[in-house]
Design a protein around this ligand. Structure first.
Ligand SMILES: Cc1cc2nc3c(=O)[nH]c(=O)nc-3n(C[C@H](O)[C@H](O)[C@H](O)COP(=O)(O)OP(=O)(O)OC[C@H]3O[C@@H](n4cnc5c(N)ncnc54)[C@H](O)[C@@H]3O)c2cc1C
Length: 266
């Protein structure tokens, strides 16, 4: 018989979640979801897939920004929604109390350094949500954490004040992040980037051939988000440099920057 107290909780679950709270902050809508089992299983870099009632079959992916107690619930999951198309608009418009179909947590999470290390986190726009619990875990492990937080404009920089309170060393870069990244890189032993592909490509180039370990959280348009449909191909190179194609949703979305075949990534 299995002792529930010692059972490891793994794997995604599919649940009907409830919107517990919703708020607008800058350009984003933050949704707090009561999604039993999702938060408990979540790790830094996990995402969830939401089915939105807009008549579209494809589920929409969102980084798990925070997990914590709220309103008497143990592990409420917070996501950050930028309204880009029909799915995100429908999601952002949901009121508190609305049900929503959620699958998660999904994807391979960030790998954490075994020893305390100087870590540079690069977060651009809503994608910075992928780094919130990562920063917490790294600090718990005694790592130094420096965050470069970007956005197209002030409204698209995700929670700079909260980041300053919780991370400490934060540089906000509105518009182009590259100068801030170049300033921070010489200090870094480990880099994590959750940003637009151009920024990730820039970071990958900057650390190539160095001792710096770098992981990127890649966003590819997803369809099923569970590995079945093979609709989110990512070109990678194996250790011998031979090209392969893997799936972003289950083989990623976090990849070693050096594994991604950036020339083939469109
Ligand atoms: C792992 C992962 C995590 C994500 N996390 C978040 C998040 O935390 N917050 C958030 O707001 N969005 C996030 N996204 C992006 C979000 O899932 C898409 O923008 C989604 O398509 C929105 O659905 P829609 O119906 O509103 O727009 P759609 O009609 O599906 O798309 C709107 C526009 O965005 C483009 N697009 C769609 N998906 C992507 C993508 N992955 N990358 C680049 N362009 C895309 C489309 O081509 C179109 O131009 C994430 C995506 C992935 C893969």
């Amino acid at each position: 018989m299995t002792n529930p107290a010692t059972t490891t909780v793994t794997g995604p679950v599919h649940v009907t979640a409830e919107v517990l709270a919703t708020k607008t902050a800058g350009a984003y809508q933050h949704l707090s979801l009561v999604a039993p089992g999702v938060g408990e299983r979540s790790r830094p870099g996990s995402f969830l897939a939401v089915s939105v009632g807009d008549g579209h079959l494809a589920r929409r992916a969102f980084w798990i920004h925070r997990v914590g107690p709220m309103g008497g619930h143990r592990a409420v999951v917070e996501i950050v929604v930028e309204q880009r198309g029909p799915g995100s608009r429908a999601l952002a418009a949901l009121p508190a109390g609305a049900p929503v179909e959620v699958t998660g947590p999904l994807g391979r999470p960030f790998a954490l350094p075994r020893e305390p290390a100087r870590c540079l986190l690069i977060g651009d726009g809503y994608a910075a949500a992928a780094l919130t619990t990562l920063a917490e875990r790294l600090r718990e492990r005694g790592c130094g954490v420096r965050l470069v937080l970007g956005g197209a404009d002030d409204a698209h920089v995700l929670e700079p004040l909260t980041a300053r309170r919780s991370v400490g060393q934060v540089e906000v870069a509105v518009g182009d992040l590259t100068a801030a990244v170049l300033r921070a890189l010489p200090e870094a032993e480990v880099v994590y980037a959750a940003a637009w592909p151009e920024t990730q490509r820039f970071v990958a180039d900057a650390v190539a051939g160095t001792e710096v370990s770098c992981q990127v959280a890649l966003e590819r348009p997803l369809t099923c988000a569970t590995g079945l449909c093979h609709g989110c191909p990512v070109p990678v190179l194996d250790d011998q440099g031979a090209p392969h194609v893997v799936r972003a949703c289950v083989d990623g979305p976090v990849f070693r920057a050096g594994r991604v075949d950036w020339k083939a990534l469109t």
